[in-house]
Write a protein that binds this ligand. Structure first.
Ligand code: ADP
Ligand code: MG
Length: 699
């Protein structure tokens, strides 16, 4: 490693002003290395006024002035301050206060009778004896010749207990002073060099210099984005693997398509073609299938699975919930068993003999398509020849589950599906250069789901209307919200609503919630799916994926408690046929401004992508549910989740630009061995994105 870079990586601890004493505070605030401190940019500005005399000072302001030292009064008791009395040019008295003072230092810096400069927060105090001026712990006290250093714009750093403004500022200056230029990794740009940008960013002169549009800040933010994308590209790049067989026959898929009562949408055909292209390429497919709810993603996956079966390999379909896995298994089974394809189910509920049998059929390769929850990830599940993995509602799986899966599926193609539309920024952020197919078209004949925002006071009217709906042979979902404070009240609310509706509609009402036993849940779901029950009361367990085409009404109680994306998912449970469907958003009082705004977005907006973007923007606005799902990566120099739309736009553009630059570099020089590549290695090291590279190199 060459010298200038090593300097940036030096431990802060080695600075005398940090040492072991303050090391822990810095660790908490910024990190351990010099460069970590340098990325801690000023968060605010203040202005220090040069004044002639005290009475000219703005109230409670930071001032710098020349004074004459009159008298030192050492601390009389413990905890009482050491006081230095001074006078300004108009003989106005000022007290400089020092607690826990180091007397001989004070005497040296401010000898009695001498003119000195002081700078600090001026405080005006009035009591019975009149007005008194004080300055506690001046920021500066020293020779008059240095007065100019203590005037003008001054940066303010975010702090943590144990560190003060001037301690941090001094440490930054000290580190910057000895830093050297690094080999440039964005040559020929409008930007100042990395070091120059750091210097400028730490020396703001106006509020404009604090904005993300400031050229110095922009450069640093851009650097971090580039490092991020490049790191992601390197760590997720996949070598071509000989174990992947390319698929030659579409026989089963064609037969399946012929058996369908409808035609594939153009978007579905397109996605299938993209998937087939990937599977032919000889490299591992890692593709995200993104599509609004009801777009028919499952069918796309099943058709691809048919191709894999044709190739004599297995497909695992990983789904986030028990209910959904059962539903998928039964609908996929209905479609594929006539073609002679064995579909198996494995969830945490399959136990004993049943489980042993399923596991055996997976191991022997008899089961061709295996639908399951994360139970599929257990070590005891060994596939015979896994060729394809589908992750349905992939955002519902945690990082470590996805990792475990990729271990199991080392040489399998991977298709992740999500109905939570992800804005481009987030796709880039979480999936790097993952290929994306989009289902942006609903099957023909689907109508927009009419959405109404209704006060909970009007519950009786709502119930009345449901009678008509159900008499017409249609079905209703009724969702009660998750209540954060206690898990029991979560289903208690659903149970209470169930009881009430049952007293009106009798046996037609079913209940599903997370606390129910598996079998009970299945029975209830089945009765609803088969149309024996026409009203299903539930908690949010039905949020994802469930497909009952005859359902036309979705009632969401306490809708204000839901995240936009989640409401959109719920709404997507209806409108799955050519009838007019409705979504009724019931809200309780009081409704905050934010909450009303969100309900109105839901009423007016039917495009999942737009909703997802609103969702990101409105985060932090008191939303309980869904925040964890956002998956926005954290950056040191910027925050992609911003409430300020203009800044957000700038950052998103920069983020996308960094992505294309990183991809270009990666294509040109994947091993980073060209001069520019070598320069970029420094960037990866600085932002600690070099792990991926090491991983790749080692295996
Ligand atoms: P999602 O994309 O939300 O997972 P699903 O895969 O659950 O959507 O599909 C929704 C419904 O649409 C299912 O009942 C499915 O059989 C049906 N479907 C899928 N493709 C089509 C199509 N091309 N035309 C009509 N209905 C379709
Ligand atoms: Mg689905």
């Amino acid at each position: 490693m060459h010298e200038p870079l090593a300097y940036y990586l030096t431990k802060l601890q080695t600075l005398a002003s940090v040492g072991t004493k303050r090391d822990k505070f810095y660790k908490k605030l910024v990190g351990e290395r010099f460069v970590d401190l340098l990325w801690h940019l000023p968060s605010q500005l203040c202005f220090r006024h040069r004044i002639d005399h005290i009475k000219a000072a703005p109230e409670n302001s930071l001032v710098t002035l020349e004074v004459t030292v009159e008298l030192h009064q050492p601390s009389l008791r413990k905890r009482s301050p050491y006081i230095i009395y001074v006078r300004d040019s108009k003989q106005q008295k000022l007290e400089l206060l020092f607690f826990n003072a180091y007397a001989s230092f004070l005497q040296r810096s401010a000898p009695e009778g001498k003119k000195i400069a002081v700078s600090g927060q001026l405080k005006k105090d009035s009591n019975r004896e009149g007005i008194r001026y004080q300055m506690a712990h001046p920021d500066f006290m020293g020779p008059v010749t240095e007065i100019d250093k203590w005037v003008g714009a001054e940066r303010i750093y975010g702090l943590t207990a144990g560190l003060t403004r001037s301690i941090v500022a001094n440490a930054v200056d000290q580190v910057i002073e000895k830093a050297a230029e690094l080999e440039e990794w964005i040559p020929d740009s409008k930007y100042p060099s990395f070091l120059q940008a750091l210097k400028m960013a730490h020396n703001p002169q106006s509020y404009d210099n604090l904005a993300v549009t400031d050229i110095a800040r922009e450069r640093l933010i851009f650097d971090e984005f580039i490092a991020y994308h490049l790191g992601l590209a390197i760590s997720s790049s996949r070598p071509k693997s000989a174990t992947l067989k390319s698929i030659a026959s579409y026989d089963l898929a064609n037969r399946l398509e012929d058996s369908l009562p409808f035609k594939l949408t153009a978007a579905q055909k397109n996605a299938i073609a993209e998937i087939r292209g990937d599977m032919q390429s000889g490299a591992q497919m890692v593709r995200l299938l993104q599509g609004d709810v009801g777009g028919g993603k499952t069918l796309v996956a099943v058709i691809a699975a048919c191709d894999v079966v044709d190739n004599n390999q297995q497909t695992a379909i990983l789904v986030p919930t028990e209910i959904l896995s059962r539903q998928h298994c039964s609908s996929i089974g209905k479609a594929l068993e006539p073609l002679g394809i064995e579909v198996a189910l494995l969830t945490g509920r399959e136990k004993g003999k049943v489980r042993d049998n399923v596991i055996e059929r997976i191991r022997s390769g008899a089961a061709k398509i295996i639908v399951g929850t994360h139970a599929l990830l257990e070590d005891s599940v060994v596939f015979n020849n896994l060729g394809f993995v589908v992750i349905d509602e992939q955002h519902r799986f945690g990082v470590d589950q996805r990792l475990r899966l990729s271990q199991k599926a080392k040489s399998a193609h991977i298709l992740s599906m999500t109905a939570t539309p992800i804005p481009r920024t987030l796709v880039l952020a979480n999936h790097g250069d993952m290929a994306v197919s989009v289902l942006n078209e609903k099957p023909a004949g689907r109508k927009i789901i009419q959405t109404k925002v209704i006060s909970a006071d009007r519950l009786n009217e709502v119930v009345e209307q449901l009678t008509n709906v159900m008499n017409r042979g249609n079905q209703v979902y009724w969702v009660c919200p998750l209540i954060e404070e206690s898990e029991t009240s979560d289903y208690a609310a659903a149970v209470a609503r169930f009881e009430m509706l049952k007293s009106i509609f009798g046996e037609k009402v079913e209940l599903v919630h997370g606390k129910m036993k598996g079998l009970e849940k299945d029975t209830a779901m089945e009765r609803f799916a088969e149309g024996e029950a026409t009203l299903l009361v539930s908690t949010t367990v039905i949020e994802v994926g469930v497909d009952v085409p005859k359902a036309t009404v979705m009632v969401i109680e306490h809708a204000q408690r839901f995240g936009l994306a989640q409401m959109h998912q719920l709404r997507g449970r209806v409108g799955r046929n050519d009838m007019q469907s409705f979504c009724l958003l019931l809200y309780g009082q009081p409704l905050t401004f934010q909450a009303r705004q969100r309900l109105e977005i839901m009423r007016d907006c039917h495009d999942g992508f737009k909703i997802a973007e609103h969702d990101l923007r409105l985060r932090g606005g008191g939303e309980i549910i869904g925040t964890k799902q956002s998956g926005v990566p954290k950056f040191r120099l910027s925050d992609l989740v911003q409430n300020e739309p203009e800044e957000a736009k700038v950052l998103e553009d920069l983020f996308a630009k960094a992505h294309s630059i990183a991809m270009e570099i990666f294509k040109e020089d994947p091993d980073l061995v060209s001069p520019k590549g070598l320069a970029l290695r420094q960037l990866l090291v600085l932002f600690e994105k070099d792990k991926g590279e090491q991983l790749r190199k080692s295996g």
